[in-house]
Design a binder for this molecule. Sequence first.
Ligand code: NAD
Length: 328
Amino acid sequence: MPFDTELTRRLGIRIPVVQGGMQYVGYAELASAVSNAGGLGILTALTQPTPDDLRKEIRKTRTMTKYPFGVNITLLPTLQPPDYGAYAQAVIDEGVKIVETAGNSPGPVITKLKKAGIIVLHKCTTIRHAQSAIKLGVDFLSIDGFECAGHVGESDITNFILLSKARQTLKVPFIASGGFADGQGLAAALCLGAEGINMGTRFMCTVEAPIHQKIKEEIVQAQETDTALVMRRWTNTTRLYRNKVTDAVVKIERDSKTGEFAEIAPYVSGKRGRQVFVNGDPDYGVWTAGQVIGLIHDIPTCDVLVKRIEKEAEETLTSKLRLAKPKL
Ligand code: NAD
């Protein structure tokens, strides 16, 4: 077995690849496929309308995989604030052993999860936030570079700097998130000090991802320049697939005299964005994508993808080691 890292050991997975918690993508179908392939599949808590629906989705996932999987709980501004405590309780009651947290002021949720003995991976975009999460007792950090999809934070530090800074300063193991799609990326992350990687956009473009085929095809043809940053004006900067809706948001954000969030709310609404994945129209609403979108060229099953990543990483690491051997 080529991969034996703190992440594979603690989580009981075969390959150090975690599927990111993606809103309206992280259902049982994808999470179980990633776990069956040897990585860690993740259900997205807030994708479920209520904590009870999350309980049902956890039970459904259990019927689809015998391997470990986790749940993502993201705490960010929302149009309708959810009861995070109730979602966390559902996770605890259902016996899930791993949670990915992300977002602002995660203290109460992390404390609750840790009291229940759950392994917590906390995703953050700065070393300062990572240090705060360590004080809360998280088990792993998921260090999220500026390349990433969704909430990029406000510091704009890419992973070449952020991962090495994490290696130099953090006393808790970390995985690398943002910009990963292949085994060369995994090898690089391990070399920089990470115990594994987190991938979101790459897993959206797999056979099992429960989104419309046309969106997967849109991802395949997209370039690394096809994302847009919105909501910086509201200190909630988010990287999305660039489309007609993000163009409209960028214009309002730039030109609005009032700066009221309500002006862009109908455009960035998650409910509207969710329809993109149902109707297959990439311009219907907003949907998240990382710069890594330019490195995705096919729609494999999760099993094919994870095996390929494993092989590429192994080949990359061994060929580099060979190069490093002194000449006789
Ligand atoms: P939503 O429809 O409630 O909001 C749409 C977007 O506007 C989100 O990005 C949200 O953060 C932002 N927003 C809402 N109110 C805001 C305010 N007052 N100020 C600044 N920004 C504001 O969102 P949703 O799609 O139903 O998702 C629910 C929450 O879960 C959101 O916070 C979302 O970002 C988060 N989430 C994101 C991911 C991801 O992959 N990026 C994964 C899980 C959860």
